[in-house]
Design a protein around this ligand. Structure first.
Ligand SMILES: [Zn+2]
Ligand SMILES: [Zn+2]
Ligand SMILES: [Zn+2]
Length: 184
């Protein structure tokens, strides 16, 4: 269900789509790493920035394929690594053994709730929770460098479905299927 996310911090930072700053940052990083600027890398960056979702490298590969079928999976994967090193992307994990990437540059810190039924990912930010975390760290003389707070559970939509059809008493382990909302 795309478009049903509430208070997505990433969306608030959305601006006109030229991504000049981001391209500059990538170029700087590419040069430092002794690599060449390529049209493919720029295209991958652009598609990544245009998509306000949590993308696996596979997801991004399919999006890139639509615009340039000559771009290989490895190129997409390596470019995502470059974007992460350059501080443009951030790796996130939702417990399904896959690595997802989200925008990092110019995006507010946020945490995630993950629905174990449908894979929906809700982004949230709470100043109170952030403060409490800092207080806890202080208490233990701990200097935090970063954190990731993740809650797993059942989203409101899936709870509605549960009450509509109270069948299927599955004692099975909850499956975590993180859906990125990208149609392949
Ligand atoms: Zn946080
Ligand atoms: Zn759900
Ligand atoms: Zn996120």
């Amino acid at each position: 269900m795309p478009g049903d996310k509430i208070g997505t911090p990433g969306r608030m930072a959305k601006k006109k789509e030229d991504f000049a700053q981001e391209k500059e940052i990538l170029l700087e990083h590419i040069q430092k790493a002794g690599l060449r600027r390529t049209g493919q890398r720029d295209l991958i960056l652009e598609i990544f920035l245009r998509t306000e979702e949590h993308l696996s490298s596979e997801d991004l590969y399919w999006l890139v394929q639509k615009e340039d079928p000559s771009v290989g999976h490895t190129t997409v994967y390596r470019t995502l690594k470059l974007l992460t090193e350059a501080g443009l992307a951030r790796e996130v994990r939702f417990g399904d053994n896959k690595t997802y990437y989200e925008h990092h540059y110019n995006h507010q810190h946020h945490d995630h709730m993950i629905c174990t039924e449908c894979g929906r990912v809700i982004e949230f930010f709470s100043a109170d929770i952030e403060d409490l975390q800092d207080q806890m760290a202080d208490k233990f003389g701990f200097r935090p460098t970063h954190h990731s707070l993740r809650m797993w559970g059942i989203c409101d939509e899936c709870q509605k479905k549960e009450t509509e059809q109270p069948s299927a008493p599955s004692g099975a382990q909850p499956k975590v299927r993180v859906r990125s909302g990208v149609e392949h």
